[in-house]
Design a protein around this ligand. Structure first.
Ligand code: PNS
Length: 164
């Protein structure tokens, strides 16, 4: 029997946006299994804990049977190997994402040359969307509808209220 083709979609997901969910949905159709990896980005101070971020993702992937979510502390390539992944999936919104993502892809390839990184272009309607934008809108009492999946709007808004 051929080996399952497992892909990893890593990120901070602080919190998950409609842009992330679109990439998850599209990548899930390209691989046998997609694991969304909630990892630590040293450059970011997150608002939600890793577990909270993973819970928000879990609430949105129920209708995609080959998608699961995990948290991990450590190197992305180690997470990929632990899960027998062959590919890292990343989303690209604009040229501004490219430089950073190119560096990460090259670094991960340097650490383990067997692991490929592939990029899916963000849908144009999500090209302005980021977790930071969502947090900014929510923090100032704005409406995050259309920016994040409907089923996590209340969680995000009530979490923001507690943090204010
Ligand atoms: O959503 P983000 O913050 O752009 O995701 C970045 C993330 C979490 C994928 C990246 O920081 C990462 O891979 N962190 C794990 C530690 C690691 O492997 N660092 C070296 C390669 S970036």
């Amino acid at each position: 029997m051929p080996k399952e083709r497992i892909a990893i979609y890593p990120g901070s997901f602080d919190p998950l946006t409609n842009g992330h969910l679109d990439i998850i949905c599209r990548a899930s159709k390209l691989f046998d299994k997609l694991i969304v990896g909630v990892l630590h980005n040293d450059a970011k101070k997150c608002l939600f804990t890793m577990e909270e971020r993973a819970d928000l993702i879990s609430k949105c992937i129920g209708d995609m049977p080959n998608v699961s979510v995990q948290t991990f502390n450590g190197l992305l390539v180690d997470f990929v190997k632990k899960n027998e992944g062959i590919v890292i999936v990343k989303g690209l919104r604009a040229v501004s994402d490219y430089e950073y993502e190119l560096q990460m892809a090259a670094l991960n390839k340097h650490i383990d040359s067997n692991i490929e990184t592939i990029f899916l272009m963000a849908d144009v309607q999500n090209s302005f969307l980021s977790s930071s934008v969502v947090k900014d809108v929510a923090k100032h009492g704005g409406d995050v509808r259309g920016l994040v999946p409907d089923r996590i709007i209340d969680d995000i808004q009530s979490h923001m209220k507690c943090k204010l």
